[in-house]
Ligand binder design. Structure first.
Ligand code: NAD
Length: 439
């Protein structure tokens, strides 16, 4: 991720293509939201790139610009959307089907949304068992499918007159895959694609096509995808930014807000039980134990890293952490996440915290997609290549350099993100030491 202080950042000229893999609840809520914001119907709430400010210099300097005024980000009016999905529905029909946004709002956005028709997907049901669709590419082997994607991306970019493109995986969670020997090098990966090896999931084929096409890639699901050596090598070689995995919304967002607070006050934890009811298509896919396993791994790691039981055995050794997702259709996208947190304080006295988060999954995810699209494009124009750890803020299971443990504490993640922006602009980093005010 190396980048020079006060790096030269190319201007955000021309149109930025945002290619989304999956045109489901998250993608359509994101696209419809941007169109609504462009028309002045709504505000970009939840988006740091649109609403966030950044303090520069000393607290007494009163320099607090908007982030988008500090770094050159693409303007919303310059975004162009494209997508792949296994269902042929337009973004309008897919949004109606997802049932996140009201029909009345969607009716006002019908024109731009109907124009977005998904391209045929690279799909194999053995990786997402609960889905089957007809809008799917055919090819001799996985390598040939990647070549089809590469041609399609070039054609899409040309037709839509984009000067730059980013790709974001917002498609279903694939079955759990462990890193495999064929993921080690680019050569072994390409050979495995030609041999239709089962360790190559569809998400990896999209990521490979993006990186071959000079396009940075973000992974919104917990799949391995770009988190393998072959993809890191390719990103590095082609000087492209990559990041992942799994958008941090709902329950994990709450966990990474609350756990650092408990730890900061040296409060102990006996257990954290999390359960959800969710009725959208994501919930249906996660009802399959193999897809859930991928999600579970992503959700479970958070507390261990934040609480550091090996450093604080008296407080955090052997706490019990359980995560459940229950598919319950009547709830649609309006997930309910319950947490029961058994903590202990002074002299070991037990206490409990109960959280009942009536959240809306895609409403929380959409601004993340926007921010990732804009920040990935910024990273690319600033010459930042490889894993973008400063974007950990947006992920449940942040991708890091090999051998480096991920930082999950949301407050540290935000400081890392903002300091990266300050660094890019040659501004002083903020350490919060503050001794200068008392000299
Ligand atoms: N909403 C959230 O808060 C949130 C948070 C973290 C991660 N995620 C992840 O984001 C992803 C999208 O979530 P969603 O709620 O939009 O789900 P969704 O089921 O509504 O949409 C996913 C879409 O991807 C399509 N798809 C599946 N495999 C595909 C492939 N190989 N190529 C192209 N399209 C494919 C499906 O047909 C579906 O339309 C899921 O993996 C989910 O786990 C969502």
């Amino acid at each position: 991720m190396p980048v020079a202080k006060q790096a030269e950042i190319k201007p955000a000229e021309g149109k930025l293509g945002v290619l989304l893999v999956g045109l489901g609840a998250v993608s359509t809520t994101f696209i419809a939201g941007v169109e609504a914001i462009k028309k002045g119907f709504a505000q970009p709430i939840g988006s740091l790139t649109q609403m966030g400010t950044i303090r520069l210099g000393k607290r007494t300097d009163n320099r607090v610009p908007l982030i988008k005024d500090l770094v050159p980000l693409a303007d919303l009016k310059d975004l162009v959307f494209g997508a792949w999905d296994i269902f042929p529905d337009s973004a309008y029909d897919a949004a109606l089907n997802a049932g996140v946004l009201e029909k009345e709002l969607l009716a006002q956005l019908k024109e731009p949304l109907r124009k977005i028709k998904p391209m045929k997907a690279v799909f194999d049901q053995s990786y997402v068992k609960r889905l089957s669709g007809t809008n799917v590419k055919t090819g001799k082997n996985k390598f040939e499918l990647a070549e089809q994607l590469i041609d399609e991306i070039a054609e899409w970019k040309r037709k839509n007159k984009c000067s730059r493109v980013v790709m974001i995986w917002a498609a279903s969670t694939e079955v759990f895959l462990k890193p495999h020997a064929v993921h080690k090098t680019l050569e072994s990966f390409e050979k495995a694609m030609r041999e239709n090896h089962k360790a190559i999931a569809p998400s990896m084929i999209y990521a490979y096509a993006a990186l071959k096409s000079g396009i940075p890639f973000a992974n919104g699901a917990p799949n391995l995808t770009v988190d393998i050596p072959a993809m890191m090598t390719l990103a590095d070689k082609n000087k492209l930014a990559i990041c992942g995995k799994d958008f941090k919304t709902g329950q994990t967002l709450m966990k990474t807000i609350i756990a650092p607070g408990l730890k900061s006050r040296m409060l102990g934890l006996h257990g954290w039980y999390s359960t959800n009811i969710l009725g959208n298509r994501d919930g249906e896919v996660l009802d399959d134990p193999d897809s859930f396993k991928t999600k579970e791994e992503s959700k479970l790691s958070v507390l261990e890293y934040i609480l550091q039981p090996e450093v604080y055995p008296t407080l955090y050794k052997d706490f019990s952490h359980v995560v459940r997702i229950n598919y319950y259709p009547p709830r649609g996208d309006n997930k309910e996440g319950w947490d029961n947190i058994d903590i202990f304080g002074w002299l070991g006295y037990p206490m409990q915290i109960k959280i009942d988060f009536l959240c809306r999954d895609s409403i929380l995810a959409a601004p993340i997609v926007l921010d990732l699209a804009l920040f990935l494009d910024l990273a690319q124009r600033a010459g930042m290549k490889g894993v973008q750890e400063w974007l950990s803020f947006y992920f449940k299971s942040p991708q890091t350099a090999p051998g480096l443990y991920p930082e999950h504490d949301i407050f540290i993640q935000l400081m890392k993100l903002k300091n990266t922006l300050r660094h890019l602009r040659g501004e002083d980093l903020i350490t919060h030491l503050g001794l200068e005010y008392y000299d």
